[in-house]
Design a protein around this ligand. Sequence first.
Ligand code: WAQ
Ligand code: MG
Length: 260
Amino acid sequence: MRATVNGRHISGAERIAPSEKIDSIAQELIARALRKMNTPEHIMLHIESLRDKPLRSLAALDVVTVNAQDVLAGRSAASRVLGSTGVSMQAVETAIRLLSQGPAPSGGNMRGAIIMDSRTGERLEPDQERGVRVSRFDWSEAALGAIDKKLAEIGLKHFRTREALALATKVVYASGMVAELCWSDEPDYTAGYVASRERGYVRFPMLKQIGDPRGGRVFFVRNDGLNVAALVHYLQNEAVLIDKVGKCCAAIELEAYFNG
Ligand code: WAQ
Ligand code: MG
């Protein structure tokens, strides 16, 4: 589903489900578009059969929340985690600057993500205004029940967390991917995360100030011999079903995370 006002993207979501669920999921997604503060002018619902297409199964990344009290501490801790996965400080700083300023060349948020050279900070996505939109991923029904329960046990009840966890799981298993940095564009949702295969899904409660409408995603890649077209194809078109959950750890303090 994707909804727009004045041609600007305001809401989007992706699902994979058995065909008998199409009716109810279509209703859910339309209701979701209509719940937005500004009423959409267009709601697009694209439904496609995956019958003959391969479906890759993945286990969700482990989840941990690292308590950093404010934006500065949060961004600095996120930088440290990114650094530990092999992203250069030059790339980290470029990414944080872009997300905090509005990463589209026109100044606003992008619909999709930036693809960034993890060494130089160079942008590699073919369309910088739009970015790359990850699609065709979802939880299996059983894994969805299990992850909702596990996340609720550590106090995480917002649908954004489980959706971002699914997206990040698909993203980090792309070939050539090093890590992802994300924070929301919802003005009142300040949490963000760094995801990587080694460290899992590391959340930070405050990667931006409350009220800030800017957000986005940066996918850091190893750019030697990278086939950008193949990467974009995986992210946009190849179907991934997350059918296993990982560990979900209670929030821990900054020092404990880095020293433990
Ligand atoms: N593919 C690529 N980029 C996307 C996609 C997608 N499917 N959906 C959103 N984006 C980009 C786009 O630039 C948005 O402006 C930006 O990400 C933020 O999207 O509690 O809610 O939907 O652990 O606002 C992270 C923390 C929440 C969750 C992320 O993102 C938690 C979130 P939003
Ligand atoms: Mg949003």
